[in-house]
Write a protein that binds this ligand. Structure first.
Ligand code: ZN
Length: 292
């Protein structure tokens, strides 16, 4: 079983730094949790997925709380804030989390950043595993940052649909919206030169991907549209997705662009791969994890 609280230290982060034009990009894997493999792979038979991502005796597979830090000459953008630290004993046991969960602030410190240096925070959507580090001790974890998410996602979070109401926790975002620190955006938006948020429906209606482009090179964070490199095949869609057929269509359109333009890609929950490129060959999609 891989370690839950990983051995990622300063040298690991340095080794895994990706330079895209003038931007520097780092993965911050803010912990690993274990979730039911059937939910993670939807209609894909276990006989196919388990050889690629082996499950434990409870049929769980490991998932990372993946956040990415994008540093440009002018700004520092944190994409996602992970699952937070508030877990009761039962939940920790169910998700195989360590007794003490490392707060995001400490993960950020490991790469030499202070929370006050973060200018912008992006929540691709508002499911708890992407935004529970927004707040700490009742205050914004990143005091100077402007937070961004889609207005339609925030509205939807409050509808409390029985299908996914357990995914939303108002305390992660409502006070930020009330204070004006979180900006609710409508559709695609460039939040800083070269850094674009684009609505990519499928996982849910209003989830965004994040594209960072500098001097002709692109990094794209796919969030839960492609949660792991195993989900690069368009039909390998998680059981969580509200609109699986839309996920397939959105993935095909984006992956063809990623392959053609040789984007570096990041994934919402992969525990092995920090950055990968995509190749499309005869209608099949491959991720190439090697950094050239
Ligand atoms: Zn997620």
């Amino acid at each position: 079983m891989p370690p839950n609280c990983s051995s990622e230290d300063a040298s690991w982060f340095e080794a895994n730094l990706l330079a895209i034009g003038d931007f520097q990009i780092r993965l911050i894997r803010a912990g690993v949790y274990w979730w039911d493999g059937g939910a993670v792979f939807g209609v894909v038979p276990k006989t196919l997925w388990c050889s690629r991502l082996p499950s434990d005796e409870l049929n769980r597979v490991p998932l990372g709380f993946n956040c990415y830090l994008i540093e440009t000459a002018e700004t520092v953008v944190l994409v996602e804030t992970g699952g937070g630290v508030s877990f009761d004993a039962r939940t920790r046991d169910r998700m195989c989390l360590p007794e003490t969960v490392v707060p995001l602030r400490d993960w950020i410190a490991r790469i030499g950043f202070d929370p006050s240096q973060i200018d912008m925070v992006v929540n691709s959507h508002l499911h708890w595993d992407h935004c529970s580090g927004n707040m700490q001790d009742g205050a914004a974890t990143f005091p100077r940052a402007t937070y961004f998410t889609q207005r339609a996602e925030w509205d939807y979070a409050h509808t409390r649909h029985p299908r996914d109401r357990v995914s939303y926790r108002d305390e992660n975002y409502d006070s930020l919206v009330a204070s004006g620190q979180m900006r609710l955006i409508n559709g695609d938006c460039e939040i800083a030169p070269g850094i674009e948020l684009k609505v990519a429906p499928g996982h849910n209606r209003d989830m965004m991907i994040v594209k960072a482009t500098s001097r002709g090179e692109t990094f794209c964070f796919f969030s839960d549209l492609i949660p792991t490199t195993q989900h690069v095949q368009p039909t390998w869609v998680a059981g969580f997705d509200l609109f699986p057929v839309t996920s397939i269509d959105t993935k095909i359109a984006l992956l063809e662009m990623a392959s053609r333009e040789q984007w570096w890609c990041g994934f919402g929950h992969d525990t092995q791969v920090e950055f990968a490129k995509i190749n499309v060959e005869r209608g099949r999609y491959y991720s190439h994890a090697e950094i050239s």
